[in-house]
Design a protein around this ligand. Structure first.
Ligand code: NAP
Length: 259
């Protein structure tokens, strides 16, 4: 299926690795020109180079921490009049309720709530004026099924979910859609980090922690960045213009609810 977005431009935040990179590759595969961002310049350049040579699209890189005001200004300047925005940033660290104080919440809110809101607010007017836009936020299964050790993530991402529910409907008539993609367990560095913490806390090997985590997924495996990217590209497509304010779960069946 031709997704109808060849020649569009996309800003994809936090996209040198993992799920953001999966979204970048899938959009590039549809002929979308890209602005990519991450803090580490080396991996970012490597991802950009590989995407340019594989897909022949234009790729601009912005090495910056997107959770800072300066980083947001830099990605927005490079983005210009983009048609597609994919928001993403690293997730907050795991812990116990008693570990988290005000500064920890502020950091999580900055990364996973206020950064996407700032980028949405900056790019929405142009998309609305042009009568077409796609915004996808990478959030988490945690907004449907909160994960106890990820309380900072649960809290920040739930806030973004509420924001998107309202704003997406306020702008729905302008040709701009805003939706959230909710990853369950995907095989990325984030999972390796969580397995390391889990293994340390439980006194087991990282491999045992990984296998135990995998057994929680009815599909019997972790998701891939490619699968995640394909869902993102479809949500960003011309075909998905009637999908407004949704929270789409990609979790191999892990969430046990019927809806
Ligand atoms: P990942 O494999 O660790 O990749 C994270 C990417 O984001 C890297 O390119 C990283 O590059 C970049 N990044 C991190 N912090 C950044 C910042 N402040 N500014 C700019 N770039 C930044 O992680 P992932 O699995 O793709 O996770 C993406 C998001 O999905 C995270 O918020 C994570 O919590 C969430 N999530 C993941 C899973 C999962 O199973 N993987 C499940 C639920 C939710 P640099 O380090 O060089 O900046």
């Amino acid at each position: 299926m031709d997704l109808g977005i060849r020649g569009r431009r996309a800003l994809i935040c936090a996209s040198s690795k993992g799920l953001g990179k999966g979204c970048a590759e899938a959009l590039a595969g549809e002929g979308v020109d890209l602005v990519l961002n991450a803090r580490g310049a080396e991996a970012l350049e490597a991802t950009a180079g590989s995407i340019r040579s594989t897909y022949g699209v234009s790729v601009v890189v912005v090495p910056a921490d997107v959770t800072t005001e300066g980083g947001q200004a830099a990605v927005l300047e490079a983005a210009g009049d983009v048609d597609i925005l994919v928001t993403n940033a690293g997730g907050p660290p795991p812990g116990m309720w008693s570990d988290w104080d005000r500064d920890d919440f502020i950091a999580a809110f900055d990364a996973n709530l206020l950064t996407p809101i700032a980028l949405i607010k900056a790019l929405l007017p142009g998309m609305m004026d042009r009568g077409w836009g796609r915004i996808v936020n990478i959030t988490s299964i945690a907004v449907k099924a909160p994960i106890p050790v990820l309380g900072l993530s649960n809290t920040a991402r739930s806030g973004l979910t509420g924001y998107v529910a309202g704003v997406s409907r306020q702008v729905a008539g302008s040709g701009v859609t805003i939706n959230n993609l909710l990853p369950g367990l995907h095989d990325t560095n984030r999972l390796v980090m969580l397995d390391k913490v889990d293994a340390g806390a439980r006194g087991i090997s990282e491999d045992d922690a990984r296998q135990a985590r995998m057994q929680t997924v009815p599909a019997g495996r972790f998701g891939t960045s490619e699968e995640f990217g394909a869902a993102c590209a479809w949500l960003c497509s011309d075909k998905a213009g009637f999908v407004i304010g949704q929270n789409i779960l990609l979790d191999g069946g892990a969430f046990p609810g019927a809806l």
